[in-house]
Design a binder for this molecule. Structure first.
Ligand code: ADP
Length: 151
């Protein structure tokens, strides 16, 4: 069974994440959406909220699993028996950042990272911009899936 882990903070999930996950589905038998928990990081949404948004968004998708984790993503992959990491690329900054991580992961394990290029209509969306819009009282609903809109 071909499994991929799609790791991220999902603070909150955006239409950009949704695009990558949806387009990744035909490539794998299962996608494990993995919420990284970093004690050093300050989140806008609690882990429970971030998880709820993801569970609600994918409630009708049997081949998408939601988990949370601490530690290395490759160790999560090994625990979940996933041979692939799925990532999205928006711009050259994403590429440089992802390249170093993917090379490191290849050095430390056999896990391959599969990259999907962002769609033109979601390429500008990031969780940090969504958080800024929310903080400043703007209309963030155009940038996120339904589950976050009704938060
Ligand atoms: P982190 O902040 O921990 O890197 P994110 O939640 O920001 O995690 O992102 C998880 C993954 O989703 C990354 O691979 C990122 O490049 C991808 N991603 C986020 N937004 C978009 C987007 N608009 N288009 C394509 N990929 C995206």
């Amino acid at each position: 069974m071909k499994k991929a882990v799609f790791p991220g903070s999902f603070d909150p999930i955006t239409l950009g994440h949704l695009d990558i996950i949806t387009r990744g589905l035909p490539l794998f038998d299962e996608i494990i959406v993995a919420i990284g928990v970093n004690a050093e990081k300050k989140y806008m949404f609690t882990l429970e909220e971030r998880k709820k948004f993801l569970e609600e968004t994918f409630k009708d998708a049997p081949n998408i699993k939601i988990v949370d984790y601490t530690g290395l993503t490759i160790e999560l992959c090994e625990r979940m028996d996933a041979a692939f990491i799925l990532r999205g690329l928006r711009n050259p900054a994403d590429f440089e950042f992802e390249k170093a991580i993917a090379h490191t992961n290849r050095k430390l394990s056999k896990i391959e990272t599969v990259f999907l290029l962002t769609s033109t209509n979601t390429s500008y969306i990031s969780s940090s911009i969504v958080r800024d819009v929310i903080r400043n009282g703007g209309d963030y609903t155009l940038l996120v899936p339904e589950a976050v809109r009704t938060k």
